[in-house]
Design a protein around this ligand. Structure first.
Ligand code: COA
Length: 259
């Protein structure tokens, strides 16, 4: 694992911290590989319920390392033995686990587009998101030409990607790219609090809810039937039994033994 990626686990939350502060956490190939390793570990470990992404040293990430891009352009072919960048995109965009991001300072390029694949995004008041690909003669990546117009509307997406100018945290929140804006000093604890709250939820119900939210295909009537099937099955689970019992016993539910 690269020293530039710090991984720790507590209370059902796997934290992945980008740790290359002198380069504003710009991602090298080794860092992508480190993140993939941690995401794969989270995917395989039932005790990990939530992944929390953050950056050390005043930045979230300045995006791909531009030296790397110039000297060692990544292999972006979609093949089984793909390089670390493609593997990173696959792992983050397909993880079943809930992903929370805590963003401070710059989130540039892939540092911003990766947020579109997170479930909840908390931003410090000093966060600045930018999609500057056009300014580098590049194009947006990581599904963002689909996801950005879907999330924030075509004209806003066009402004972010055609002008390539940064937006501050308040604007990002207004656009819907960020759930909550918090004072910088409170960011990490606020994000940990949200991650731990999620990690205490009924685990299988949490995974299913994300799966339903992320599955794009189908009509509303089809989705109603699909949800109803899950709902009926969930009424017979230990998770529902614990939640309903806890309600009547006037206590908080404890899902920690369930997976
Ligand atoms: N790749 C490689 N090095 C990077 C980098 C990147 N993406 N982003 C920042 N750095 C390096 C700088 O070269 C500088 O290194 P140095 O101290 O050896 O000169 C160091 O990180 C600090 O960056 P600096 O620009 O001085 O910090 P800043 O706070 O003024 O600005 C950014 C921060 C992120 C806004 C600015 O560095 C930037 O725009 N970076 C490029 C982002 C980018 O285009 N990413 C690729 C998108 S595809």
């Amino acid at each position: 694992m690269s020293d530039n990626i710090l991984v720790s686990a507590a209370a059902g939350v796997l934290e992945i911290r980008f740790n290359r502060a002198d380069k504003k956490n710009a991602f090298t190939e080794a860092m992508y590989a480190g993140i993939v390793e941690a995401l794969e570990r989270a995917e395989a470990d039932a005790s990990v319920r939530v992944i929390l992404l953050s950056g050390e040293g005043g930045a979230f990430s300045a995006g791909n390392d531009l030296q790397d891009f110039m000297q060692n352009p990544p292999d972006l072919d979609d093949k089984a033995d793909a390089g670390p960048v493609m593997r990173f995109m696959r792992a983050l965009s397909t993880t079943r686990k809930i992903v929370v991001a805590a963003v401070q300072g710059p989130a540039v390029g892939v540092g911003a587009t990766l947020l579109l694949h997170c479930d909840l995004v908390l931003a410090a008041d000093n966060a600045r998101l930018s999609f500057p690909f056009i300014n580098l003669g590049l194009v947006p990546e990581f599904g963002s030409t689909l996801l950005l117009p879907q999330r924030i509307g075509y004209h806003q997406a066009a402004e972010l990607t055609l002008l390539g100018e940064p937006v501050d945290a308040a604007t990002a929140q207004r656009l819907g790219l960020v759930n909550r804006m918090v004072p910088l000093a409170e960011l990490q604890e606020a994000a940990r609090g949200v991650a731990r709250k999620l990690a205490a939820k009924a685990p299988a119900a949490l995974l299913l809810t994300k799966q339903l939210l992320k599955s794009a295909a189908g009509s509303v009537p089809e989705r109603i039937v699909e949800e109803a099937g899950h709902f009926a099955r969930r009424l017979r689970t230990a998770e529902f039994k614990e939640a309903a019992t806890a309600f009547f016993e006037k206590r908080a539910p404890d899902f920690s033994k369930l997976s």
